[in-house]
Design a protein around this ligand. Sequence first.
Ligand SMILES: Cc1cc2nc3c(=O)[nH]c(=O)nc-3n(C[C@H](O)[C@H](O)[C@H](O)COP(=O)(O)OP(=O)(O)OC[C@H]3O[C@@H](n4cnc5c(N)ncnc54)[C@H](O)[C@@H]3O)c2cc1C
Length: 465
Amino acid sequence: MALPTAALTQLQATFPDNLITPTTTPYQTARTTPWSQTCWTSAAGYLPLSTVNDLTTALSIIQKTGSKFAVRTTGHNPNVGFSSADETAIVLDIRQLNSMELMPDGIARVGAGCTWGEVYAWLEGQGLSAIGGRDPQVGLGGFLLGGGMGALPNLYGLGADNVKNFEILLANGTLINANAHDNPDLYRVLKGGGSNFGIVTRFDIQTYPLIPIQYTITLYNPTDHLAINHATATIQAAMETDPKIGLFTNFNHGFVAVGLLYGDHTKQPEICTAFKGLESIMTAVPPTKGTILSLATAMGHVQEERKRAISTITTKVSVELYEDVYTLWNGVRSTLPDGCILHYTIQPMSAAGVRAGEERGGNVLGLEGVGQVWWVFTCEWPTGIDDSIAQAAVETMSARVEILAREKELLLDFKCMTFATGSQRVLGGYGAENVKRMQDVAGKYDPEGVFQRLQFGGFLLGNSV
Ligand SMILES: Cc1cc2nc3c(=O)[nH]c(=O)nc-3n(C[C@H](O)[C@H](O)[C@H](O)COP(=O)(O)OP(=O)(O)OC[C@H]3O[C@@H](n4cnc5c(N)ncnc54)[C@H](O)[C@@H]3O)c2cc1C
């Protein structure tokens, strides 16, 4: 494999104090930044960039030398090569693009390198909230470009639905805005179309008066799976008429973690009694009247260094299917070596949530207006276990659930980018019309196909349709 020597030489000359190569001290830290150890690969170089001008210069060098590159904010995406690279490519680290400015009209202009924790804390200091991730360490970049499911998607739509403007660096070095008036075709596809069109340098996001949120996370016994699945589906039905309800149900080793959320402090929805008859193992997070930041802080925790793989599928709501998935999960995990933890989460998205996105201008995801589950299957394992076994476990889960759901006519084409494994055809799941839309926009704004040819990985139009 060839080193990108010409790019390294020019980047070294232009950014002598910044470029991180294998012989420099920060190399190991840069290499081991990603959430999943599978992404701790050794890139030819890491280049932290703190201004859009520097990013423009770096991209120009990359392009002229024909070097491969990856863009990284936090490195939370566990797919190898998405925000990591091997010795043939350079990682552009844009975490320092972290400016934050509140405009008089309530739009927050936020650098693409910020984390949700930083943005929530800054906004809450001013009595405001934004629609972002459920973990404070996740970055805006991959989350918003992939759609992004927040705590209350039924009420506010997705994170991407709440972006009013994208400031984006195109392959030809120009910096443009994409919003409802300027470059609206690009604006539309950036709401879920990933890193196919350029490098987003700033997101201008809608803010709301401080969103009150009640939440509790309770652990139940997996042997109560039937009752848990029933209660989950009951709450999903209730979301259609009360979109303030949020929920996740995570089947894990020895426990099922159920997060019940409600976007209001003044009342307790009756439906939250759906789990009441069930004996819990313990209360992980007691009933709390808080904010999106306090919820994210409660959900996000320092995680052990682990290798990780994820996979996703989208289906309609069905207790029968949930039971089949539970049985399938038990079968697959029984084949895994000790220490290899396979778990899965039922993440509801209601028809009300799809409508909330449409009301905010729509996105490119091609979501059907029905109650649905954005399943995420996750495997976590320590070094010493064959990576391919764990990767196969999550892929088996999504492939088998796809078959089960298709048989029952419960399968939906959509797959959420932020929960998908690298080989899943995420963009194809958005539907033919949206694929054409993305291809046309990519051809118009990146006619030489720089982001298709030179980007090291990602859900790209060339591999994900
Ligand atoms: C602990 C944890 C909690 C999570 N919680 C949620 C959740 O609540 N909801 C949800 O939907 N997802 C969630 N995710 C998934 C997360 O949104 C995705 O992994 C997302 O890709 C992370 O984006 P990032 O920018 O932080 O990471 P990175 O790995 O740095 O980037 C991810 C991808 O986006 C590209 N990219 C990043 N920034 C830009 C940019 N500015 N311009 C162009 N391309 C860019 C990168 O090249 C890469 O392909 C979670 C993940 C973890 C690990």
